[in-house]
Write a protein that binds this ligand. Structure first.
Ligand SMILES: Cc1ncc(COP(=O)(O)O)c(C=O)c1O
Length: 475
């Protein structure tokens, strides 16, 4: 079915196929087609139909034929005439899902009272007014030819604005020619893995634990061996990297995900030495460095070895994951191949969003937004630590100085999976560290995403968790 329109106005198009040799009057064929579409749910309740004149012109029939069809369907109760001369699918028509029996009710997840699920940024603080100004500027000043296909690497304005920002704030060593814009880190790591495979990589090292829905899955799907490098309180253990025989490693050196450690200066130097000796690539996932609370800034590793390290950044933590805006600073020898992979993936990221983000960065709005958001997240982090101290003093929070989540290690003997399950029964959503482990062993821990929770919800969540832990201890 073509566009069926919405309540806001009539649709222009409706896919109706007429068979002029069928011996069935044309108005009956139109009726039958619309009736079937309504019954199948392809035309939804309230959808506006095209004006009779428009549909008649589109079908090459006289207007009277369409009028007769609409009138018959109004009489049968499928359609309703609306003031203004429009015709809509009637509200009372029973509909079934396309190609199926009666529509099944959509299952809803069990209601949660509090959810510490990780990966959510507080998008209610999205800087709409400032973003709108940037979009307006772009739409009023950008020449038409900029909206055609462009270089898949992204728009030059954003390359420059990002380099200025990253070199100033993250200590990267980036030049506009090395930046590739992508749809978030998720796409960036996918493109990098493709390029690593093209360059003959066979094995990739990942932090253990680390996220389980991007590099790990993508690398395995691309045929790479995945080897986990254990993570200690200060990030990845570099001696294990030496034994890994890997062609690349993915690290979160400024705030290890999920355990929160910061890779020390010595360990960074050693990783870089390892990469240089082996001709290996380090992927630096700098996913949440903008949020730091009570520690001095930790610069990006990329600035120390721009020929060995691909730096990946994202707007998902700072602005909104739904923007799907990410960026990579790529060693010069890989830029062409990463760009080619990007072009093959989607022919480049949306131009208007890129230009808007460039304008937003250049006008200092990004800095202003971060300055506004840091105290918000800090207050939530403080509320979490306070509640943990009060209700669960034997849990050991880690990695608390930055980001939008905290890991708290469980005391020995307290089973992580049992705690997560008991919490879920009480309406508390929380993840354990276990599912993110590659080797599968290690102390139990819980990941508290606090970014979108108000301070009272955080306190309630920790109280629910304390009750869940009492239950597990008592059983
Ligand atoms: C470790 C890590 N890296 C990167 C990201 C951001 O991914 P994306 O930019 O695809 O939204 C996340 C999001 O939760 C993450 O947990």
């Amino acid at each position: 079915m073509g566009r069926s329109g919405t309540n806001s106005g009539p649709a222009e198009d409706l896919l109706i196929e007429l068979d002029r040799d069928a011996g069935v009057p044309l108005h009956r064929q139109i009726e039958a087609s619309i009736r079937t579409s309504i019954r199948a749910g392809r035309l939804r309740t309230g959808a506006s139909l095209p004006p009779t004149r428009t549909l008649a012109a589109g079908l090459g029939v006289s207007r009277g034929v369409v009028v007769e069809a609409y009138q018959q369907l109004v009489a049968e109760g499928y359609l309703a005439s609306r003031s203004g001369g429009y015709t809509q699918v009637a509200a009372s028509m029973p509909q079934v899902a396309a190609g199926a029996g009666p529509a099944a009710p959509i299952p809803r997840p069990a209601a949660r009272r509090v959810d510490f699920g990780y990966g959510r940024t507080d998008v209610s603080h999205f800087p709409r007014a400032a973003w709108l100004r940037s979009i307006r500027t772009v739409l009023t000043t950008t020449p038409n030819d900029r909206f055609a296909y462009l270089d898949g690497r992204g728009v030059p304005e954003l390359h420059e604005a990002l380099c200025d920002y990253l070199n100033r704030v993250r200590g990267t060593s980036s030049a506009p020619g090395n930046v590739v814009i992508c749809s978030g880190y998720g796409q960036g790591i996918s493109l990098l893995i493709q390029v690593l495979v093209q360059h003959g990589a066979r094995r990739i090292a990942l932090e253990d634990p680390s996220s389980n829905d991007d590099a790990r899955v993508l690398a395995a799907a691309a045929g790479l061996d995945v080897v986990g490098i254990p993570v200690g309180p200060d990030g990845v253990q570099v001696d294990a990297l030496h034994r890994a025989d890997a062609d690349a490693v993915v690290l979160t050196p400024s705030h290890q995900w999920p355990t929160g450690g910061v890779l020390s200066a010595g360990a960074r130097a050693e990783v870089i030495r390892w990469a240089k000796d082996r001709g290996a690539i380090v992927v630096e996932d700098d996913y949440d460095a903008e949020y730091r609370y009570d520690r001095s800034p930790v610069g990006a590793m990329q600035g120390l070895a721009p020929d060995q390290i691909v730096y990946c950044g994202t707007a998902s933590k700072t602005l909104a994951p739904g923007l799907r805006l990410g960026w990579m600073v790529v060693p010069p020898r890989l830029v062409a191949d990463v760009t080619a992979a990007k072009v093959l993936a989607d022919r480049g990221s949306p131009v208007i969003d890129q230009l808007a983000f460039a304008d937003f960065l250049t006008r200092g709005e990004f800095d202003r937004h971060l300055r506004r958001m840091r105290p918000v997240y800090r207050r939530r982090r403080d509320a979490l630590l306070r509640a943990l101290r009060t209700h669960l003093p034997d849990l050991e929070p880690a990695g608390v100085a930055a980001g939008q989540h905290v890991v708290a290690w469980l005391p020995p003997g307290l089973d992580e999976a049992a705690v997560v399950a008991a919490a879920a029964r009480r309406g508390l959503g929380i993840h354990g560290v276990g599912p993110y482990r590659i080797a599968g062993t290690g102390p139990g821990g819980l990941i508290f995403g606090y970014a979108i929770l108000g301070e009272s919800a955080i306190a309630e969540g920790v109280a629910l968790l304390a009750a869940a832990i009492r239950e597990v201890r008592g059983s």
